[in-house]
Design a binder for this molecule. Structure first.
Ligand code: PGD
Length: 856
């Protein structure tokens, strides 16, 4: 059935299902939507409600074109300009047609991969590209097996529970035979592996002690290596903006706020009374160990907590005192490493000990060499302070992310498309249902083959499971098939990848040491990318499918990853751009081309986006309707959809008063945590048994491979590449938001005033930032808001290489290092890199990052 006809029928079905009164009476609370338009959801003139990672939006459309985009509601005084650039997201840097790289089209068996990024592009009909991809995928599987197909496809994609591009890709790959996936993520690669050994849960994506409890009980809040006033602009689903509201209340309160960060971030600036403490980058572990040493030797630490709630402290103490390595980790030792006065470190330890203190940590400190140690040491420090599980005390690893700490609401939860659908067919070949796939200990899907799909069977499963590798090892894996690596106590063998399918992510921006990735990227025979835009990753592919943006399709989402506060209709705002198609459509068509009946399994016998949306909503509605005493404004689907308004849920007194580790503190035997000992493990027998040289049995200071305190520094400045304030990773780079921050039409690099003077660099200068791994151009921001010796170049700038490999736009990952945090977690170490900086001489090359590639 073609899409138009399906939509029409869908519209008719929806109208049919609607109460008669609704069909014919004026729909007073509908905004600009006539009943006859309900099926397709398209409004020619009016306002449409949708949601993005950056919040609930009200988008104004005139003659079918977006003219305005604004927040649907205002939650706090902190503004979120990301919400105003929907039009640019729809109309700028778009891929118009399916395209194939010329050499690939000429000979897919010998496609000249070295020309990726430089070859001509050829426009090919959608139907022919579908056939091409299906054929080449089949060929690859036949020649090299399912373990040669990589579809881990990491990335932040768009909001929406139906059009979840990564899951849609996995669903297709599972049904058609299987694929190699990836373990972990770039955000919390180190922490999510170490924390289960230490506190029995990943912590980084867990609900935090509720904000009302913090505001009522904490005397000191330490924002340690986090920039919530910037990062709370976005969330994994869609931000509920509650974090802004609570940080605003924190600002008004008498609670002392301390920010520990080499950069005087937006957060420090927001809290005009916050104390800013700037250690050397990558030295937080040493600073915390200095505090632990002081608390131990002064006898000030909470012995009762250590005895009752932790295990292995006695095996950590000899290291702390220097008995095992001759180096006491005392205040002076810490002071030299961190470049902070010993008396300041002592003063902080005293303050945390004497006052109810919440240590709110970000994740940047674990995105560094030996990043596992930072949060393990923080938990150890918090244990010595003895406040874990008390209202407003302890530590929290997610207050800066997705509004952690906003109390969880009671209401309905929307489901989403699943990746692990495995087709079961009856004797006539009709699809009769799905079975669920298998997940590894990190919740990563590890495969399941479709019964009856061409060239499949269970045999590949074991291989694919064995071959899934940590996500940030992608370049290493591509370059070294067959290499065996250690990972969290296991051995992993890299597969021989010959086919990559990437959707919803931008590896040629997000991965460390891009020049090495570019070499690795030449290894596979085929690379397919679905993306709305000509991103650097799309430009480096063989085949690109232009996909719709989330504003060109209907969907549904929740806001508040922790709060589950709203269900939002994500209505199609405008018509689909040029030849862009939904990922759902592309993968449905690929199923058809691959092995006809697969599409039945993929779509569960022809479900449209509306069927899925309604199914998820109805399930939540049923859940809500059957919950006694729950008062909500949730209505049947047809009314909800027609109303163009989110559903709201409220928190409960229990969730308002919730304390992380509260139950454990109350009764550590009855409510043991999920570690082998049931206690907080300051010494881990499990990790000890792994016998790794770079992650031992208790928290330790390891010198990073590059840092300012090292002998024979390979370069002069420590580069931090934090998450940007005015975009989400690489998303929104191609909008006019860039005009707010670009300097000399490049990514801004912050440099301390004294350093700039020494280097003869002035505010606004075009500069060259470089090291042995590569070079980029950037625009200088000379400032006292950054520690001497440190420069800041935000991640997410679109990689834009010239013929020599210099990035003309300023993508910091040209300069970062591609080695793992340690054998334990294999996380990325993007915040460990030394660079040089100098004024750029010569003629500035033209920026081409946001232009179409040649012949596109
Ligand atoms: P995004 O820019 O969000 O970055 O890296 P990630 O790849 O997640 O990329 C999303 C892509 O998906 C965009 O190209 C967008 O156009 C596309 N897209 C959006 N919607 C859709 C859709 O519906 N369908 C399809 N097919 N495509 C879609 C982020 C990663 O970067 C992360 S999470 C972290 S934490 C890391 N952080 C750092 C860091 O701190 N410092 C450095 N130097 N590097 C990092 N890299 C990592």
């Amino acid at each position: 059935m073609n899409e138009k006809r399906r939509n029409l029928l869908k519209g008719a079905a929806l109208l049919g299902a609607m109460p008669v009164a609704m069909k014919f009476s004026p729909l007073s609370d509908l905004v600009g939507l006539s009943a006859s338009e309900l099926g397709t959801g398209l409004v020619k003139n009016g306002e449409v409600v949708t949601a993005a990672h950056w919040g609930m939006l009200k988008v104004t459309v005139k003659d079918g074109v977006i003219v305005k985009s604004e927040p649907l509601q205002k939650t706090s005084e902190i503004s979120n300009p990301l919400q105003n650039f929907t039009a640019d997201m729809v109309y700028k840097s778009r891929i118009k047609y399916p395209m194939v790289r010329k050499s690939y089209l000429a000979n897919p068996d010998s496609p000249k991969p070295e020309l990726r990024g430089r070859d001509e592009w050829v426009r090919v009909s959608y139907e022919d590209v579908i056939k091409l991809v299906a054929r080449e995928l089949k060929k690859t599987r036949k020649q090299k097996g399912n373990q040669s197909v990589f579809a881990g496809s990491y990335g932040w994609k768009s909001s929406g529970n139906v059009h979840n591009s990564r899951i849609l890709l996995h669903r297709f790959m599972n049904l058609s035979g299987g694929f190699v996936g990836s373990l972990g993520d770039y955000s919390t690669g180190a922490s999510q592996v170490i924390m289960p050994h230490v506190v029995g849960s990943i912590e980084v994506y867990e609900q935090q002690t509720s904000w009302p409890v913090v505001l009522e009980n904490s005397k000191v809040v330490v924002i340690w290596g986090a920039n919530p006033i910037s990062t709370l602009r976005i969330a994994w689903t869609s931000t509920d903006e509650q974090g802004f509201k609570y940080f605003e209340e924190l600002k008004k309160s008498n609670i002392e706020v301390i920010v520990i960060d080499p950069v005087r971030t937006q957060t420090v600036q927001y809290f005009d009374k916050a104390r800013w403490i700037a250690p050397r980058p990558n030295t937080d572990t040493a600073m915390m160990l200095g505090m632990c040493h002081y608390l131990y030797t002064s006898g000030k630490y909470d012995k009762n907590f250590i005895e009752t709630y932790t295990s292995g402290f006695d095996k950590f103490v000899p290291y702390l005192l220097g008995k095992t390595d001759g180096t006491p980790k005392n205040l002076e030792w810490a002071s030299k490493i961190c470049d902070l006065p010993a008396k300041l470190i002592k003063e902080l330890a005293d303050k945390f000990m004497d006052n109810r203190t919440m240590l709110m940590s970000g994740w940047g400190m674990q995105r560094a060499h030996h990043g596992e140690q930072a949060h393990w040491t923080m938990v150890t420090l918090a244990a010595m302070l003895g406040q874990i599980g008390l209202p407003g005390g302890g530590f929290g690893l997610s207050y800066h992310y997705s509004n952690g700490g906003a109390p969880t609401c009671k209401g309905g939860v929307i489901g989403g498309i699943n990746s692990s659908s495995v087709g079961n067919f009856d004797e006539q070949g009709n699809f009769i249902g799905t079975a669920f796939g298998e997940f590894d200990s990190h919740g990563q899907f590890i495969g399941k083959a479709a019964k009856g799909a061409a060239g499949t069977g269970q045999s590949w499963l074991q291989k694919a499971t064995k071959y899934a590798f940590p996500v940030a090892r992608i370049a290493d894996a591509l370059l070294n098939p067959g290499k065996v690596i250690d990972h969290n106590g296991k051995k992993i063998t890299y597969p021989d990848i010959d086919f990559i399918y990437w959707v919803g992510g931008n590896p040629l921006v997000h991965h460390q040491d891009i020049n090495t990735l570019v070499k690795a990227w030449r290894k596979p025979r085929t690379i397919v990318v679905n993306d709305p835009y000509w991103t650097p990753t799309a430009k480096m592919a063989d085949i690109v499918f232009p996909t719709t943006t989330q504003y060109e399709r209907n969907d549904i989402t929740m806001t508040g990853d922790y709060s589950n506060m709203n269900i939002v209709p994500m209505k199609q705002v405008v018509a689909k751009f040029a030849e862009a198609r939904d990922d759902y459509q592309i993968f449905s068509d690929l199923c058809k081309a691959y092995a006809d009946k697969l599409v039945l399994a993929y779509t569960e016998n022809g479900k449209t986006e509306f069927d899925w949306i309604k199914e998820y909503y109805d399930a939540a509605y049923a859940q809500v309707s059957s919950t006694p005493d729950l008062v909500t404004d949730m209505k049947p689907f047809e009314e909800f959809w027609a109303e163009n308004k989110p559903v709201n849920f409220a928190s409960t007194p229990e969730s308002d008063a919730w304390v992380r580790f509260g139950e454990f503190r109350e009764d550590p035997i009855l409510n043991a945590i999920g570690t082998p000992s049931g206690l907080i493990e300051i010494y881990s027998e499990t990790i000890a048994a792994m016998k790794y040289d770079d992650c031992k049995a208790h928290p330790m200071w390891f010198e990073p491979i590059e840092w300012l305190g090292m002998k024979n520094k390979p370069a002069e400045f420590h580069m931090l590449s934090p998450h940007p304030t005015d975009r989400l990773h690489s998303q929104l780079s191609n909008t006019a938001l860039r005009d707010r921050y670009a300097v000399a039409d490049r990514e801004p690099v912050w440099i301390n005033t004294k350093d700039a003077k020494k280097k003869g660099i002035k505010n606004g200068d075009l500069v060259r930032v470089y090291n042995a791994r590569g070079e980029v151009l950037a625009g200088a921001v000379v400032s006292d808001d950054i520690k001497e010796g440190v420069v800041k170049l935000d991640e997410g700038a679109w990689y834009d290489p010239d013929a020599s490999g210099l990035c003309k736009n300023g993508c910091p990952n040209v300069l970062t290092i591609d080695i793992p945090t340690s054998k334990l977690a294999n996380g990325n170490i993007s915040h460990t890199a030394l660079v040089n900086i100098e004024k750029f001489k010569g003629k500035a090359p033209e920026l081409t990052a946001f232009k179409d590639p040649k012949f596109a």
